[in-house]
Design a binder for this molecule. Structure first.
Ligand code: GTP
Ligand code: MG
Length: 201
């Protein structure tokens, strides 16, 4: 899929105020600082569509972007960021889960995982929660450019092995780098395929 247009639509903290639209929607979620906003900019080929920051906790709202006048891409706040106060953290969790529970046009959640790290309980728990709630998701491993190929391969294999302890099969996954654009075509084609299937339904 070629990105012809990518426009910011709206930011808000309430699911009920998200765009009143039946367009298919794809959400990007993961721990704070995992690279969600950078990935969105890489996928869309826009430098500053989503705001990025070296400091965790930058994205604190549900941000809708309209792509090719045809589908929504959603940048969600990171979960599990220890520096925000407990009460703020609760609000994050609540509106993140509310988003997934209520947003019927949400077709697939992309769960971002930093390819440098061992499987983290919070990501495992979040994917478990998605599974229990029948919310379709894929995994996106980020920041692949920060690792040597061999280490990257090893980390992915290790992640798969850990996933297979609680899942029957490894979910669809993508390996990405916001700097080298690795994974861009694969993810955009994946979304395009689903959009086409939905159109023909
Ligand atoms: P929050 O909005 O705070 O939850 O963070 P986020 O997940 O949106 O992360 P963001 O895209 O802001 O990136 C966090 C930091 O990681 C920034 O300093 C980015 O430049 C860096 N980063 C993100 N993706 C990559 C990547 O693929 N490669 C490299 N080398 N750095 C990356
Ligand atoms: Mg962000």
């Amino acid at each position: 899929m070629k990105i012809k247009t990518a426009e910011f639509v709206v930011s808000n903290s309430k699911v009920d105020q998200c765009p009143n639209s039946s367009l298919p929607e794809y959400a990007f979620i993961g721990r704070s600082n995992v690279g969600k906003s950078s990935l969105i900019n890489m996928l869309t080929g826009r430098k500053a569509l989503a705001k990025t920051s070296a400091k965790p906790g930058k994205t604190q709202l549900i941000n809708h972007f309209l792509i090719n006048n045809n589908w929504h891409l959603v940048d969600l706040p990171g979960y599990g960021y220890a520096q925000v106060s407990k009460s703020t953290k609760k609000v994050f969790q609540k509106f993140i889960t509310a988003y997934f529970e209520k947003r019927k046009q949400m077709i697939c959640a992309f769960v971002l995982i930093d390819s440098r790290h061992k499987p983290q309980p919070i990501d495992m728990e979040f994917m478990q929660w998605l599974g229990e709630n029948n919310i379709p998701f894929c995994i996106i491993f980020t920041k692949a450019d920060k690792l040597k190929d061999k280490v990257l391969d090893k980390n992915i294999e290790n992640y798969k092995a850990e996933m297979l302890e609680s899942w029957v099969e490894m979910p669809e996954y993508f390996i990405t780098s916001a700097t080298s654009k690795l994974g861009q075509d694969e993810i955009l084609d994946y979304i395009d395929q689903i959009n086409e299937q939905l159109k023909n339904k």
